[in-house]
Structure formats: structure tokens, C-alpha cells
Design a protein around this ligand. Sequence first.
Ligand code: SF4
Length: 384
Amino acid sequence: MLHTQPKPEQDAPHPRITASRLGLAKSCPGSFALGPHVSPAPGEAAEKGTAIHAFLEAVLDGVDPDEALPEDPEARAVCEKIDARDVYGVAGPNPSTETPLGWDPATGEAREAPRATAERRDYSALPEGWVAGTADAVSAEGDAVRVTDWKTGAFEVPDPGENPQLLFLGIAAARSRGKDRAILQVVRVNEDGTLRARTAELGPDDLALAEASLVAVLGRVEKSREGVPELRPGRHCRFCPALYRCPAVAAEATALLEDPFEELDPASAARAWERLAACDAAIKRAREALFLYVAGRGGQLPLDDARSLRIVEGRRQSLDPKIALGIVRERFGEDAAAKAASVSPTSLKKALPSAGAMEVLDEVKKRGGLTSTTYESLREAPSR
Ligand code: SF4
């Protein structure tokens, strides 16, 4: 469903569109017209991802992998398992890392921006109106550039040939280096240290088409900024810096209460799912804000005479899939390993008799394949 809303009266200066926001621009052009953006606070997963990115960057820059290991224990556990030869192999010959790129959608001109040292992502040297972004690694191979984007964490991203961020990076890298082709790759860094690359190769015509599609997306953003914002709520709302001020999500929440899905059909069910996703994103963001507020008050907030809201600590265990599945296979056979295909303490307990699950968990621990992490969350509890 398309929502249109009056443009806010007081216009804030529009921030530069960066590569990482092009996906959001495509899904909801109006998100760039809702005034000052409030970026979501980076979660633990984002911090772990940043530490893994820094490790890969250092390895490609020639630092000894053992010297480059991050301090963050979860990121370090992954990086210790990464084979540096895989990193060199996938990134192509002599890659430049953390390469800032700019592209002018009006003329097609592109260039590399100076690589900032103290403050990395500084695009101030690029003219206004240019789109900017940073490639994790760029290498040149004949008449092509190879652009690598490392991915960590659970979120899946679109295929490289349909990923606006990578398309931008491919266009900007190819144009700035005078190349006709671009090889784009999303390389997922798995928890067991293996790398899985998905690749798309774009020839001259593909690059021209990709450029035209990005120009069209930016045109819709511009139209939203100049007139009535085109707002399209959905699961992408969770990444939106304008979520707090979005009238379309508020409208979706109201609609959810007013329309309890009495007459579902495939189309309305799909629509209801998107609507729920937008509301989930808003709730998650509100919970994060409340968490920070309670944390700032010593971890406790009285709700009334009998109840309070508290920050409590929980523990999560994760298993090294290679080690755990190997042990299940050795002791319980191939069928049991297939049943426990997604390995977690819970799936093991489902797939095996409880004594068997405990035996496997003990053995995984002995072989160094059990990682425990703590997390904090908000809980309502009786007042002390
Ligand atoms: S919250 Fe969702 S609908 Fe609202 S501006 Fe952001 S992406 Fe668009």
C-alpha cells in the first residue's frame, strides 16, 4: 500500500545519499524526505561485524593475521578460524581496501575520494549531489573491476546484481578506473570462518542499465523531497533512520488494530505480513530507546508501587557447527546429523535423546566449540 503524507513544514537540510542507504531509497523514497534522520544505535551484532571487517581489511593490507585479530571475543572466535589464503583469493589481485567512491548521477562522472585516516567515512571532498560509498575491497582485472562487500550476521542481502549498494559501488569503481566491466561479489563470513561468495558479472550494457535504474531511484527520492513523500512501509522500516517520525508506520499500526485480518486471502495475508514487519520495527526501536533510558537510571525504573522495569542479564550458547555435527555423526549416525541440520543446543535436544544431547554438548565444550555470550534485556519484575 502506498501512503502519501504532507511534506513537513520545516525542511531540514537533506543529507547526502550514501551507498548503504540506496536499498532503502529504492524501497521507500519518501524516507529521505522526513527531516533529520536518527540512525539506529549499533547493536552487538553490528559491533562484531565491524570488528570482523577491520580484521579482513588489515589482512588484505598485509598485516599478519595473528596480529590483526580483534579484541572482541565473539569476533575473535570467528577471525581465528578464517584462512587468510581464502581472503586473498576471493578479493582479487592487489586490492585496495576501504575505498571511498563518489558518483554524479547527473553526468555519470565518478572518482575515488581521498581515503580518510582518522575519520574513515568522510565524503566532504565530493561535490554536493554526488552519491558516496565505501567499497570493502576493489581490485582491477583486465578491463574489469572486482568489488567485494563482506557480510556478517544473520541478515540476508539481495544478490549482487540486484543490490543497489553494490551496483553503485560497481558503477563508481568501473567509471573512476576507466573499466568497462564490473564483477560484484557479496562474501558472507560464516561463523566457522569459511567464506561464501555470491557473484554477478556486469558488462558495459549491464552497467548502463544499472546506472539508469539508480538514476530512476534517485529521481523518486528527489520528487519525494520536493513534493509529497512517497512512503512505503514494510520490513525495510527496521533500517530506516526516519522510523521515529514516520506517519506511515503509525497509520499501519492503527490499521492493524482496526482490521484484525478477518478475511484473509493470499494477497491480503502478504500485505498483513509486511504491515506487521513495519510495526515490529517500530516496537523494536522503541524498546531500544527505553532500554537506554532505564540503563541511564541505574538499570531500574519503578512502574507502580508493586512493579518495576529492570535490565536483566541472560546467557546464550552457540555451537561450532563443524565440531558439533562431527560429534553427532560419530556417535549417532548420519540420520541424527541430518535432523540436527541447524545446530543449536535446542535443535540437539530435539534431535537426540536428552542424555545424548548432553553428551554431545559436553564433548563440543571439551573440543572448544561452545561459545557462551551474555546479553541484557528489559523485564518487568516485582519491586524490591
Ligand atoms: S519507517 Fe518505513 S515507511 Fe516510514 S519512511 Fe522509513 S522506510 Fe518509509
